[in-house]
Design a protein around this ligand. Structure first.
Ligand SMILES: NCc1[nH]cc(CCC(=O)O)c1CC(=O)O
Ligand SMILES: [Mg+2]
Length: 335
């Protein structure tokens, strides 16, 4: 046994873990409702909800029901919701024109939410996959390659239509090069100087998006296709830093890493390097895993979800997009 000060037995790490009061005093991170962004799927119609088989507990809802959900979110202290429209098949096209229809589902949902529950921030998804007949996030050439600059041109129109509808935050999730700068430019030119940009900067070509593609109905359109020519290779980490650097230079207010749990090393590197508001997306496949294991009684769902999200905070995330947002806010309020 050593008897040097600073070493055992003088230093005993377990002393501080001994009682609840000292565990609470040395706690470094905390998860609160303020950390939550709630992604929601929006449907056409009225008083309509649809279950999503691969995401039990998550529903697609029509705008009138979405407004009620937003009221619930506001009461629970959830700062913002992220909207994902489910486009009817007949509104999809090769050129995705529905994406910037001023009376499209997303644009109408934004207007309804801002009119009814203005205190909840509304974040819109800027990408073409809900609107393309092929399910890719961009416009395709005759060889199936996703065109960058032509897609950016379309995304700019889409983002502007969201801002004009009253979106507080536009969130490009498409991974085209240069789109943040082009969107920022057009927003400034049209007087939308307060519209924030949340850039999906380090979005990986992940298999954990499967249930989301079921939810918005892009999986069938994709026909087994992949997004490797624009989303990042899960093997890479330095590349994520370059993506974030570019998006911040181009005018992003917030940056995001996606998915969450397998990518928390990326969150930490980005937070350490840039010290910008940094978000992480706890994606549909992560939700499905926790939900399935919880439903089977294999894990304690509540404890595991809270631990997973706390891990994201500890990794440096300032906020988390999670389908569990409403449930978590409720758990935090009524432990
Ligand atoms: N622009 C597409 C988009 N926006 C959000 C998600 C996934 C979210 C999730 O899995 O929860 C995806 C899927 C994809 O890139 O194929
Ligand atoms: Mg980029």
């Amino acid at each position: 046994m050593s008897h040097f000060p600073g070493m055992y037995p003088y230093t005993r790490m377990r002393r501080m873990r001994r009682d609840d009061f000292s565990r609470r005093l040395m706690r470094e991170n905390v998860l609160t409702a303020n950390d939550l962004i709630w992604p929601v799927f929006v449907l056409e119609g009225a008083n309509t909800r649809e279950a999503i088989p691969s995401m039990p507990g998550v529903e697609r809802v029509s705008i009138d029901l979405l407004v009620q959900e937003a009221e619930a979110a506001a009461k629970l202290g959830i700062p913002a919701m992220a909207l994902f429209p489910v486009t009817p098949q007949e509104a999809k096209s090769d050129k995705a024109e529905e994406a910037w229809n001023p009376d499209g589902l997303a644009q109408r949902a934004v207007r309804a939410l801002k009119a009814a529950v203005p205190e909840v921030g509304v974040i819109t998804d800027v990408a073409l996959d809900p609107f393309t007949s092929h399910g890719q996030d961009g416009l395709m050439d005759e060889n199936g390659y996703i065109l960058n600059d032509e897609t950016v041109h379309a995304l700019v129109k889409q983002a502007l239509s969201h801002a004009e509808a009253g979106a507080d935050v536009v969130a490009p999730s498409d991974m085209m090069d240069g789109r943040i700068g082009e969107i920022r430019d057009v927003l400034e030119q049209h007087g939308h100087v307060g519209t924030r940009i949340l850039a999906y900067s380090a979005k990986y070509a992940s298999s954990f998006y499967g249930p989301f593609r079921d939810a918005v109905g892009s999986a069938a359109n994709l026909k087994g296709g992949n997004k490797y020519s624009y989303q990042m290779d899960p093997a890479n980490s330095d590349e994520a830093l370059r993506e974030v650097a570019l998006d911040l230079q181009e005018g992003a207010d917030m940056v995001m890493v996606k998915p969450g749990m397998p990518y928390l090393d990326i969150v930490r590197r980005i937070k350490d390097e840039f010290k910008a508001p940094t978000y992480v997306y706890h994606v549909s496949g992560e939700y499905a895993m926790l939900k399935a294991a919880g439903m089977n009684g294999w894990i304690n769902e509540k404890a595991c979800v809270l631990e997973a999200l706390l891990g994201m905070k500890r990794a440096g995330a300032d906020g988390i997009l999670t389908y569990y947002a409403k449930q978590v806010a409720d758990w935090l309020r009524n432990p």
